[in-house]
Each structure stands twice: as structure tokens, then as C-alpha cells.
Design a protein around this ligand. Structure first.
Ligand SMILES: [Fe+2]
Length: 341
């Protein structure tokens, strides 16, 4: 049969400006000739972006297939949140899964199964603008990796803010993840784009007060809070929640799961990207916010913790201090340690 040129015709022209960034990142993730790559997405996602990933992986010489399913819903322990079984079986046989879902499944047992089978996984829920603006650079990678090294060495972490936060957590023996949006080596999973460090604390260690101040983002609410939320944390879990309307919503979010494990600390760390934008309303902007302290509760197994839970909440505390043992890394929301410049 002669080549007709009729058939696969991706609509990539509109998003072509994202292509160089995606190809650069896939190269850093080790995509090359001989690698088996699966692009996994659903019908609710932007087809232009999956086409960019597909095209970049092809251009780098990889053996690429794409799986498109319907959007998945439910809690992290519901079967309905997982990709179809057939898709999982294909992913397990790949070298890299480029995971582009509407609702991510990073805290499910299925996700662990794919990683345990040997595949690397790169998750992206971003749009074109965020991909270009927040992709890691040499500078942000160095800063993030340095921060992760310091936290991996640390035994204790303390967060203090003028708004009233004073929380200590043990991270002894835990490994801090440098989230740079690039997988490779021992880092089998990452989110793209992202620029932050996160370490799962010892699950029963957190104690003190956490105050989420007006203007601090809560990812799962998709908003900056209007009124302070005061949480008392004891033996690693939130035991009381006080405040106004935001606190009522906060309580409701936790109560909906009917699962005591959602109250347990999941990860602690801070954002490292100078281009992250508080006002964009996007989760990875908030989590990557330069000097913004991330604290999360709920599921954390994919991060090296032990907590299997139905939900996961990410909170960003601005203008706070972050100590690793006796060293101050972040002061009033600014990275101050020389290794983080
Ligand atoms: Fe998180």
C-alpha cells in the first residue's frame, strides 16, 4: 500500500508552543530509542496535550502507545477511581507511563502495583501555560534537590508562623522527595510540572497547632481561605478544628470520608519555584510556591509513608518559618538557607 498521509492527524498546531518544553522534559526522563512508553489519558482531558507527549516520545525514538478511557471518579480506595484493568496490565509492562488523567489515582493501590512492576510514572494535570511557566530549570532542580537532601538528613521539622502555627514532626529515617517533574534513577514517580520537596513524616509524630491563615491555599477547596482555620494536632493527626465558615467546610471535607486515616499527616515540605503564582488558582502553582510550606493529610503510600486513606488534602502555609533540626531553611515564606538560593 502506498503511503497516503490519511489517518492519524493530531491537532497539535494550537499547542505547538508547548512542544519544546515537553520534549526537553521527556528527554530528561530518559525517553529514547528502545523505551516502551504508554500515554494514558481520558476523554475529558485536552487532546492537544496528550498529542504533544505522544509526539515528543515518538520523536525521541520511543515505542509509544496511547490509551484513552473515560474519566474516573471516587475515593482512592474505590475501584471506580482506578484505570481499567486492561490499561493497568499494559502500563505494568512499560518503561514509562505518561499519566494524563482528569482525576489522578496516585494514592491508590493500583498506582503502587504499576510502580512495583517496574514502570516509571509521570503524572500531569496541567494546562499549556502552566507546563511552560513551571517546568523545572537547572536552578530550580538544584534548589529542590538540595532541599530534599537536607530534609532526608534531618530528624525533626518545625513550622512556626505569626498567624499561630507551631508544629513539630519527626522525619527520622524517611526519604525526602525532590519533586522536579522529572523521573529517573531511584525516583520512579513524579508530577509534571512541579517544584517542591516533600517528606512523609513518621505517622504518629506531629504535634502542635496549625493555623491556616486568610490567603493560604487549600488545594482540595480550590480556594484561598477567607478566615483562619485552627487545627490542633496530636499523635500525628488533627484532633480539633476551630474557626468560621472555612473551618466548617474543612470539618465537612474530613468527615465525608468516614475514615480516621484522612486526619493523619501525609507529607511536609515547601515549594521551590520562583515562577509559581499564588493567584493562578492552580494546584501545582500553589504547591510549588517559592517558600510556601506544604502540609498534607491523608494517603501517602506513594510518597514512602504508611498511610492508606480515602482522601488526601494539601494545604499551603505562607509567611511561615521552616526548621530542619536547628537549621532554618525558610523564614517568613522566603528560602533563606544558602543551599536553596
Ligand atoms: Fe499532597
Amino acid at each position: 500500500m502506498p503511503y497516503t498521509g490519511i489517518g492519524y492527524a493530531p491537532s497539535i498546531a494550537k499547542s505547538i508552543w508547548v512542544y519544546p518544553t515537553i520534549e526537553r522534559v521527556l528527554k530528561l526522563c530518559g525517553v529514547k530509542s528502545g523505551k516502551k512508553v504508554v500515554v494514558y489519558t481520558d476523554t475529558n482531558r485536552n487532546k492537544d496535550i496528550s498529542d504533544m507527549f505522544f509526539g515528543a516520545a515518538v520523536n525521541l525514538g520511543a515505542d509509544v502507545i496511547e490509551i484513552v478511557t473515560t474519566p474516573r471518579f471516587g475515593s482512592f480506595t474505590d475501584e471506580s477511581r482506578n484505570p481499567p484493568k486492561l490499561a493497568l496490565e499494559v502500563m505494568k509492562k512499560s518503561d514509562l507511563v505518561i499519566d494524563l488523567p482528569t482525576n489522578h489515582w496516585a494514592y491508590t493501590a493500583s498506582h503502587d502495583e504499576v510502580l512495583d512492576a517496574g514502570a516509571y510514572m509521570l503524572l500531569s494535570e496541567a494546562d499549556e501555560e502552566l507546563i511552560v511557566r513551571l517546568a523545572s530549570t537547572e536552578e530550580t532542580i538544584r534548589r529542590t534537590e538540595n532541599g530534599a537532601e537536607m530534609l532526608t538528613r534531618a530528624k525533626n521539622v518545625r513550622i512556626v508562623s505569626e498567624a499561630g502555627t507551631d508544629l513539630t514532626l519527626s522525619v527520622k529515617g524517611r526519604t525526602c522527595i525532590a519533586e522536579t517533574g522529572i523521573v529517573g534513577g531511584s525516583k520512579k514517580f513524579d508530577v509534571f510540572p512541579a517544584s517542591l520537596i516533600e517528606i512523609p513524616p513518621i505517622e504518629d509524630s506531629a504535634k502542635g497547632i496549625l493555623v491556616i491563615a486568610p490567603g493560604d491555599p487549600i488545594v482540595e477547596f480550590n480556594k484561598l481561605v477567607d478566615e483562619p482555620i485552627k487545627c490542633t494536632v496530636k499523635d500525628g493527626r488533627i484532633v480539633t478544628i476551630e474557626g468560621g465558615r472555612d473551618a466548617t467546610m474543612f470539618k465537612q471535607w474530613y468527615a465525608q470520608w468516614d475514615d480516621p486515616n484522612v486526619y493523619v499527616t501525609a507529607h511536609i515540605g515547601f515549594g521551590t519555584h520562583h515562577n509559581a503564582d499564588l493567584l493562578s488558582g492552580q494546584a501545582m502553582d500553589w504547591e510549588s510556591l517559592y517558600g510556601g510550606i506544604n502540609i498534607a493529610f491523608g494517603a501517602n503510600k506513594s510518597l514512602g509513608g504508611n498511610n492508606l486513606a480515602k482522601g488526601h488534602m494539601d494545604i499551603i502555609i505562607r509567611n511561615a518559618d521552616f526548621y530542619a533540626d536547628d537549621e532554618i531553611l525558610v523564614k517568613a515564606g522566603k528560602l533563606v538557607h544558602k543551599a536553596l538560593k
